[in-house]
Design a protein around this ligand. Sequence first.
Ligand code: S3P
Length: 425
Amino acid sequence: MEIIRSKGLKGELAVPGDKSISHRGIMLGAISDGVTEITNFLQGADCLSTISCFRKMGISIENEGNVVRIHGKGLRGLKEPAEILDAGNSGTTTRLISGILCGQNFSCQLTGDDSIQKRPMNRIITPLRQMGADISSLKGNGCAPLSITGRNLHGIHYASPVASAQVKSCVLLAGLYGDSPTSVTEPYLSRNHTELMLRYFGAEVSSADTTASVQPDPKMTGQHIEVPGDISSAAYFIAAALIVPHSEVLLKNVGINPTRDGILRVCRRMGADITLLNQKDRGGELTADILVKSSDLKGVTIEGEIIPTLIDEIPIIAVLAAHARGTTVIKDAQELKVKESNRIDAVVTEMSRMGASIEGTDDGMIINGGTALCGAAINSRQDHRIAMSFAVAGMTADGVTRIENDECISISYPDFFRDLESLQK
Ligand code: S3P
């Protein structure tokens, strides 16, 4: 895809459903009793990988039109898959499903694409083994493919060294199959969709500070889930509207869960003109319409407990920072190195290619804003968030920006370019 300078963005848009919530809806629907109906489900490749894994375990899932219907079989109703489970590019699928698989009464293997096979899985293998699970990395390198033999698990109190919702969720889901309660304490609070949804389905979950606990063997029944728009997808349009002059965009029905809204808080600190309208609570998940107008931005420091609440938005925040007056410093974000690509390296290399003044650090980056960007050929590294972030950067650059391997965008936002085009003046 080739991007040229935009004359301004105007109009309304409903971004697709939240990726994290869509995954969890399939998983909890599958292990609850009765039918779960999901509307505004994200039809991105990652969430389709989750559907495919549960179908292989005997769960009937209808996915036609705008509604996904899952015929749940209860906590112990999954069947041994005849084939290897394939999580594709999805870390959420791999790590969360592993927690469920460890408590089943069958053996299976779980793998994914080249990127997944390089991502660290010891972060789940370690706590799952403490619970008595039989899980191992088949190549012995701490990565997928994983081999899992289900068995009865023990409840644990796990002090996670990383603030990761995937680790927390994996352990809590395994905790459903424990012989006593399970809790996870994280250094900072990560997204809490698993806790909210488990509670919504009838499980007993408590949360205090950065600790979440679950009681084993809950009675969970199918529910209706209306998935909010994904704030991580909205982030590209928020950023585009802020940096492209003469823009005004209304993003409808976006999830603003406080464990995900760091992008909004950072934008406001940078001086962004952002207004939240029409706020609602949908089963514990907060939503709002977000009105964004072009703004003069200033550099900020981003560190500590806010990092997990905007971890997927750091590439697009770096684009904002390149347009801000002064310096932006991003710290405590070493997790970026183990995402779909090494996102510190990807952002620093590709932003430099466009002429930005940016330097990578061990746990983040430093950006001196205000340098005019020039169009460039961008290596997306098959990482959807890198591809979309640089498509936005191209909208203010001189000349043409070409995003290479942009098909990876279908991981989380298949109609991204169509939606971007619909807002062009
Ligand atoms: C996710 C958690 C985050 C995030 C990912 C989705 C989830 O990963 O980066 O895109 O749905 O739980 P970590 O938990 O590894 O930080």
